[in-house]
Design a protein around this ligand. Structure first.
Ligand code: BGC
Length: 538
């Protein structure tokens, strides 16, 4: 077999936990409800830490639980040092962090530095103070264009659709790259820097192991706020350098934050949510003196196609290797359609999603698991309009992000599937009745379930010296398949075609996403399947 080796990738570094951690994303609102109001919370999440430890993840990433009017479900923060009552209290946060540590899991929390809520005390003061007041200097206020300032200051568009500017009754406009209830902070202001340093310290002192930095590419805007000159900017996101994204200045902020993280014991980390136009530009966020990891959305966006997937994997590894950072792999999150559905939905979607999990967990680096993917949950596509609450959908009608945020089904045969305490009827988004076979309870005892596959894969990954951080090498394989080795004794095979494919037997079967037929010295991989092999023992 021909082999292509990624020579440049860093050797396994056993002590640096984040280089190969499997990090489980808890979208707090939809994970588990402790108080019975139909909305997930910290007490609920704390009660399910045993499940996560048993699943075998290394760390938990909690989405924002700060005080918030929930215009963007917590990504609009009104107080960065407190917990919203719907999610619990500061004491609940502390208890959750402590319990996770007792289970041997680390805790990463979201920090949202690009914008605050319009209910943040700073924004309220800025609105009140009026044009020209120093309070406005913490945000991006400008006079409008046109004879009486009736036109926005420039042509920038919100990521959620429509203009990125809103006008106040006093005539000034403020910038919001997202919803109008999420005003952008002005990172030219020293006060903003100082405030965020204090916020990070607050949570580091409370014991968090790191931060997922929301919109890490957005805080700095090009001087003069120049026009872009084209409409439909949402199409350019992540493909072009825009005057409001991926500006050079953001890197200086990340360097400062890295120094702060490094001043704490225990390898506290920063993870960039950065939509960079190229892999090379993404790698700049994880240079040795910047953040530790960046989400690899190129992998998430790749279609179910072996040739494309191989290129994306090669590029992902090749671009972070020179800066010494680990690759990250992610298939789903709270902002995108769940991958069961992206890969075609129905039985084929589930088959592919199971195979994708084994592919992802065999690749070198760190992996992110979005709550519910271990249950094979699909996107909920038929939510009635009246229950959909995502501000993106409300500003720019389309699929929206509600369908990937439906609460997790834990047990029982009927909604709300044990999401909260007994006797509670409605969840904040309705759960499909068809999820009865997908609950944790239904899958836990079934060795063929997706939950069992994830558990087995995570257990093997943790115990196998070749998995996690390290190198990989491609083996020659038929079109539509991927075969690669890790270390001396591990091979992963993936058949991304809709037909069975015969291969020379790579070794002893460790784990498979679908039954593998063994024929003497050959094996037949089922359509849309992946398998892990102990190599060299054929
Ligand atoms: C988060 C989104 C949020 C946006 C604005 C994102 O990248 O993941 O859920 O709407 O930032 O804060």
């Amino acid at each position: 077999m021909t082999e292509v080796v990624h020579e440049a990738h860093q050797p396994k570094a056993a002590t640096r936990w984040w280089r190969d951690a499997v990090i489980y994303q808890v979208y707090v609102r939809s994970f588990a409800d402790g108080d019975g109001d139909g909305v997930g919370d910290l007490v609920g999440a704390r009660g399910r830490l045993g499940y996560l430890a048993d699943l075998g993840v290394d760390a938990v990433w909690l989405t924002p639980f700060y005080t918030s009017p929930m215009a963007d479900f917590g990504y609009d923060v009104a107080d960065y040092r407190d917990v919203d009552p719907v999610f619990g209290t500061l004491a609940d946060a502390r208890a959750l962090i402590d319990d996770a540590h007792a289970y041997g899991m680390r805790v990463i929390i979201d920090v949202v530095p690009n914008h605050t809520s319009d209910r943040h005390a700073w924004f309220a003061a800025a609105v009140q103070a009026g044009p020209g007041a120093p309070e406005r200097g913490r945000y991006i206020f400008r006079p409008g264009r046109g004879a009486s300032g009736e036109l926005p200051p420039n042509d920038w568009e919100s990521v959620f659709g429509g203009p990125a500017w809103t006008r106040l009754p006093d005539g000034e406009w403020y910038l919001h790259l997202f919803d109008h209830r999420q005003p952008d902070l002005n990172w030219d202001s020293p006060e903003v820097h100082e405030e965020f340093t204090a916020i990070l310290r607050f949570w580091l002192d409370l014991g968090v192991d790191g931060f997922r930095v929301d919109v890490a590419h957005g805080m700095v805007k090009a001087p003069g706020l120049p026009d872009i000159g084209t409409a439909g900017q949402v199409e350019l996101l992540g493909t072009a350098v825009l005057p409001y994204f991926d500006q050079e200045g953001v890197h200086e902020i990340h360097r400062g934050w890295r120094r702060l993280l490094d001043s704490y014991e225990g390898e506290r980390i920063g993870v960039a949510e950065a939509w960079a136009p190229t892999q090379e530009r993404l790698a700049r966020y994880v240079r040795p003196d910047e953040l530790h990891q960046a989400f690899n959305f190129h992998f998430l966006k790749a279609p179910w196609d072996a040739a494309v997937m191989r290129v994306v994997i090669d590029e992902s590894i090749a671009t972070v290797s020179p800066v010494g950072a680990p690759s990250t792999w992610v298939l789903s999150n709270h902002d995108v359609k769940r991958h069961v559905t992206r890969y075609g939905g129905g039985e084929a979607g589930v088959r592919r999603a199971r195979a994708a999990a084994l592919l992802m967990l065999a690749l070198p680096g760190s992996a992110y698991v979005y709550q519910g993917e271990e249950l094979g949950l699909p996107e909920v596509l038929d939510l009635p309009d009246e229950v959909c609450r995502d501000p993106q959908r409300l500003r720019a009608p389309g699929d929206g992000r509600d369908g990937c945020r439906v609460p997790i089904p834990w047990a029982h045969a009927e909604p709300p599937f044990g999401f909260g305490p007994p006797g509670v009827a409605d969840t904040w988004l309705p759960m499909p009745r068809s999820w009865a076979p997908l609950t944790v309870e239904a899958q836990a005892g079934d060795p063929g379930s997706t939950l069992s596959l994830y558990r087995a894969a995570l257990r093997l990954r943790r115990g196998h010296a070749a998995l996690g951080d390290g190198t990989m090498r491609w083996h020659g394989s038929p079109p539509g398949t991927l075969v690669f080795g890790r270390g001396e004794d591990f091979v992963c095979t993936v058949n991304m075609t809709g037909e069975p494919v015969e291969l020379p037997r790579p070794g002893d079967l460790l784990l498979a996403s679908a039954p593998v037929a063994q024929r003497g010295r050959s094996v037949v991989l089922a359509a849309d399947s992946a398998a892990w092999w102990a190599a060299g023992r054929a």
